[in-house]
Design a protein around this ligand. Structure first.
Ligand code: FMN
Ligand code: SF4
Ligand code: SF4
Length: 590
């Protein structure tokens, strides 16, 4: 079976970035206006495991950290910490489609990577090289300034047997010393970046590792994997915990208070998962083990919440909840853990030795609050699947810088101190307790209620067609893989709208997110012209589409089953020119 996604070679990827920037000041559809330029008066740097990163936020493991262009888009928008998509030994799983439904609350039925293990390794190395190249590219300097350091965090799952296989051992070792992959990619670096072919790319691609634990994973297994990663690879480990840890009654209570009566919990899943008291023992035990081995262990709150599939949108009996309600659940869990683990957890102005990383319903309205608790890093998935996509990251960083200014806080450390002092003066144990209490109050209920989580989407009663549509651009921003491309409509092709939309099929895994947000009736990834760059993928797909090829320095195409007889002529009008498909013919040869 062909994997659902086909990564582009580094040559093609960077060639497109250069062309897109030179002709329209975008890279992977992220416009210059959405790129992050550090505010010199707000120091957003934080330290993770002794490594400094320039901003405290980034994408959590998921669709935004799987393909190289996703990581580049996130970085351009200001992400500096990347929890890479979880890689596990079973790399031929067929993920049911559609797999994402984030119309309101987030739901998904994805799990691990959708690439072969070796492809995931190469994708992460490619991304690391692309960031270094673009960070050093003079043309971008006026817009992104000096981007500062970033960090990749490997994510692996789901059992010790799988993680110990030669395939997974090769993957982990490959991220710790990627010199062979880097050297194989060097000759592929195209103009105008050829000067980077001899650059010193760091051979280590990741800082530490986050262990993604699947629902039902026994505590002994989690402990075994964490110890294995510390001793075999000298890695600092973060254990990503499931929200079931809070217990079925507490989670049901929160959902009920916030009005999520439609969310149906599965008590058996709670019973099968790690139990709270056992988790406390596990965290303390792993901490002692880490100290003995000169390593650190952290926790991440939280992974998604398993619930019954009652919505009829995604396939299967179970689905995984993320977004707004998860924020309240995860903060409530954090508050309880801080209470029970005393000064061990790495929150507040005098953080304990167990760092706390976060991913649960982060958005513009709560990003400052989460960063101000001292959690490192603060990551997100659902917010980046909503309109605005990767651009939402730069919006969040603007909000963070604004809040730091307003609080008179030149650094993140100052912000953490300010919020902690305010919380204690108001009679709370600390800022975590104060924030949890706020979420438990009326304002919290309003802000995180079902009504607040389900905005009414715009709907236009019109069937989506190949050409011309509302041109809202939502399919472009909500696609985590940048698989929807928009191009200015050329003159004289008989179309009325300013923009036309195309699907880059190798990057589309039929996740369904563009269909959710498209205001017209139809699936943009299927209705809009489907473009291929890879002949193998074109042949394997077998359906209607256009294979782009470079012939004698010109971009041209092969056509299969056009929806209408004049579609190939119309598409041909988009091939050349400064507003055309941002690919360079020379990169597509070979
Ligand atoms: C579509 C999707 C795919 C995800 N894939 C993974 C994964 O591969 N590994 C993992 O540890 N977590 C995965 N997650 C969980 C996220 O990393 C994150 O912990 C969770 O969604 C909560 O954050 P959010 O509310 O900001 O989405 C996924 C989440 C979504 C929505
Ligand atoms: S084009 Fe649509 S279906 Fe395809 S990956 Fe992007 S959002 Fe998902
Ligand atoms: S295809 Fe749909 S989502 Fe995309 S621009 Fe057109 S109307 Fe908007």
């Amino acid at each position: 079976m062909q994997p659902a996604l086909t990564p582009w070679p580094l040559r093609v990827l960077l060639g497109r970035a250069a062309r897109e920037w030179e002709t329209r000041h975008r890279i992977f559809d992220l416009p210059a206006g959405k790129m992050h330029h550090a505010d010199p008066t707000a120091d957003t740097t934080i330290t993770i495991g002794g490594r400094t990163v320039a901003t405290p936020i980034g994408p959590a493991a998921g669709p935004h950290t799987q393909l190289a262009q996703n990581i580049v888009a996130g970085w351009l928008a200001g992400a500096r910490v990347f929890e890479l998509k979880t890689v596990q030994v079973r790399d031929d799983l067929e993920i049911p489609r559609p797999c994402i439904d984030v119309e309101g609350v987030g739901y998904n039925v994805e799990w691990s990577q959708e690439l072969r293990i070796a492809q995931s390794l190469e994708e992460y190395v490619k991304a690391a090289m692309a960031l270094q190249i673009l960070g050093g590219w003079e043309a971008l300097r006026p817009v992104i300034g000096s981007p500062g350091p970033h960090l990749f965090d490997m994510s692996v799952g789901y059992d010790l047997a799988g993680i110990s296989t030669p395939e997974m051992a090769g993957f982990i070792s490959g991220l710790l010393d990627a010199s062979a992959v880097i050297d194989s990619l060097r000759p592929e670096i195209p103009e105008p970046f050829a000067g980077f072919r001899e650059a010193a790319f760091p051979s280590r691609i990741v800082g530490g590792v986050t262990l993604s634990t699947f629902h039902g994973c026994p505590p002994e297994e989690i402990e075994g994997i964490a110890r294995h990663l510390m001793t075999e690879y000298d890695l600092d480990v973060v254990v990503k915990l499931n929200p079931t840890l809070l217990g079925v009654d507490a989670v049901a209570g929160i959902l009920h208070r916030l009005g999520y009566e439609s969310v149906v919990l599965d008590p058996d899943a709670f019973a099968a998962d790690l139990q709270y008291e056992r988790a406390l023992a596990m965290i303390r035990g792993l901490r002692a083990f880490a100290v003995d081995h000169g390593r650190s262990v952290g926790i991440k709150l939280t992974n998604t919440l398993v619930v019954r599939n009652t919505r009829d949108r995604l396939p299967g009996d179970a689905m995984y909840l993320s977004g707004k309600p998860l924020h309240v659940i995860a903060i409530t869990l954090l508050d309880r853990l801080v209470g029970d683990l005393g000064g061990l957890l790495g929150v507040g102005p005098e953080p304990g030795p167990i760092p706390v990383s976060f991913s649960a319903g982060i958005d513009r309205d709560n990003v400052t609050a989460a960063v101000a608790l001292g959690m490192v890093p603060v990551t997100m998935c659902t917010a980046l699947l909503k309109p605005g996509g990767y651009g939402n990251l730069s919006g969040m960083l603007n909000v963070l810088a604004r809040d730091m200014h307003e609080g008179g806080c030149p650094s993140v450390g100052d912000l953490v101190r300010l919020r902690d002092e305010a919380a204690r003066q108001a009679g709370h144990r600390d800022a975590v307790a104060a924030y949890a209490a706020g979420l438990g109050g009326e304002a919290g209920a309003r802000r995180y209620s079902l009504a607040a989580a389900t905005p009414k989407l715009r709907q236009v009663d019109r069937t989506l067609e190949t050409w011309d549509c509302v041109s809202c651009n939502l399919c472009v921003t909500v696609c985590p893989n940048d698989a929807m491309l928009h191009l200015a409509t050329p003159e004289g092709v008989g179309m009325t709208e300013k923009w036309q939309y195309f699907c880059l099929v190798e990057w589309c895994n039929d996740c369904g997110n563009c269909t959710t947000f498209c205001p017209e009736w139809g699936d943009p990834s299927r209705v809009k012209p489907r473009l291929f760059l890879d002949r193998v993928a074109f042949v394997a797909d077998g359906g209607p589409g256009y294979l782009l090829v470079g012939v004698d320095g010109e971009l041209t195409m092969e056509v299969r089953e056009p929806a209408a007889p004049d579609d190939p002529d119309r598409l041909a009008a988009f091939l050349g020119g400064d507003d055309g498909i941002p690919m360079r013919a020379g990169d597509l040869v070979g």
